[in-house]
Design a protein around this ligand. Structure first.
Ligand code: OSB
Ligand code: MG
Length: 369
């Protein structure tokens, strides 16, 4: 690759509906879009770090700093053959996985566009449609939650994830399960519980959940292993899974039976690939998590979710579930009940719309060798 220019933009987009997790209620999303240019072809990426260090320790401003001071200069200073070589070289810098992923994703889009093929083909994806799913935040009341789930089911979603936290767990699941005995249902605590809460968590077992995501803190593989031994439901780790090594530790310890893959959280497609392949060889299913990405990041996720071991429905929903003015044309939509067709144009296969991007831009910077 001979990269001629790299650009970054910091954007803010309002959500259609607030999104509340165990750590905060948000009304909008701040994120970074990256662009890399070679021979006039542009690859797009998205940095999924959020404004505040609540889900992970990374932030948009921290990622901006690491990209402009370290990762982008490294690309211009060193001859980088391709996305995988970028990932290998970027490892000299510790942490900052979302910042690294945001640039590596843009290189993958660029490579696929240069070859004139959809990104899924470059990844070796095996399907044209992926299983959609919707992540349903904490609401003001249980009747409002049930209404919201009803709305999503009416739109064609078949798998629903409920965000839970202490005080918003067993009753919320019971209400949704009672009304919808047959839907695919799962929950996500974003680390809000402690081992002392295990009797409450065990009360989730009768609801026939696909999985229980990240009950304990990210670093706490040991207590997850203790809980998994006592629960019938499969535990799934999200925040804890940062690399192939943490995946292997979690599976060898018995901390979970399912892995959530977010390409940003693990530092990019190269590490994602290693985790995917290791899980596949170990007989452990994975699925694609989401970070309320714009259409650019979500299109990337669609291509990733075509890999063979993505065996459970993903946190991938239509553009309108998140944003009124998503950044891409065409919008991502359900292609049938519970399905999304993966775009088949070159690269990510969706077109970022320049005036929507500039309308949402808070700051922008361009870099040259
Ligand atoms: O834990 O999966 C999570 C959004 C922000 C931070 C963490 C999470 C989420 C989601 C959103 O659940 C899923 C989506 O993008 O549809
Ligand atoms: Mg999660």
């Amino acid at each position: 690759m001979t990269i001629e220019r790299i650009e970054m933009a910091l954007l803010k987009l309002p959500y259609v509906h607030f999104f509340e997790t165990s750590f905060s209620r948000d009304y909008d999303r701040t994120f970074i879009i990256t662009r890399v240019f070679e021979d006039g072809i542009c690859g797009f990426g998205e940095v999924v770090a959020e404004a505040a260090p609540l889900y992970s320790g990374e932030t948009t401003e921290g990622a901006w700093h690491v990209l402009r001071s370290y990762l982008i200069p490294m690309v211009f200073r060193e001859k980088i053959g391709g996305p995988e070589e970028f990932a290998a070289k970027a490892k000299r810098f510790r942490g900052n996985l979302m910042a690294k992923a945001g640039l590596e994703l843009a290189f993958w889009d660029l490579e696929a566009k240069k070859a004139g093929i959809p990104l899924k083909k470059l990844y070796g994806g095996v399907r044209d449609e992926i299983e959609a799913g919707v992540s349903c935040g904490i609401e003001n009341s249980i009747p409002e939650l049930v209404d919201r789930v009803a709305g999503f089911l009416g739109e064609g979603y078949r798998r629903v994830k409920l965000k839970i936290k202490p005080g918003w767990d067993v009753a919320a699941c019971a209400a949704v399960r009672e009304k919808y005995p047959d839907i695919l249902l799962q929950v996500d605590a974003n680390g809000a519980y402690r081992l002392a809460d295990k009797e409450t968590l065990k009360k989730l077992d009768p609801f026939n959940l696909l999985l229980v995501e990240q009950p304990f803190a990210p670093y706490d593989l040991w207590d997850h292993a203790k809980l998994q031994k006592e629960m019938k439901s499969a535990l799934c780790l999200d925040e804890s899974i940062l690399s192939l090594d943490t995946t292997r530790a979690a599976l060898e310890m018995g901390s979970c039976r399912i892995i959530n893959i977010k390409v940003g959280r693990v530092g990019g497609p190269s590490e994602m690939r290693k985790i995917h392949d290791y899980c596949q060889a170990s007989g452990v299913p994975v699925w694609c998590g989401g970070m309320l990405e714009s259409g650019i990041g979500r299109a990337h996720n669609l291509h990733i979710a075509t890999l063979p071991n993505f065996k459970l429905p993903n946190d991938l929903s239509a553009s309108r579930r998140y944003y009124r003015e998503d950044l891409i044309d065409p919008f991502i939509e359900l292609s049938g009940p519970g399905k999304i067709r993966v775009p088949d144009g070159p690269g990510i296969g969706v077109n970022p719309v320049e005036d929507r991007i500039s309308k949402a831009t808070l700051k922008h910077e361009a870099f040259k060798p």
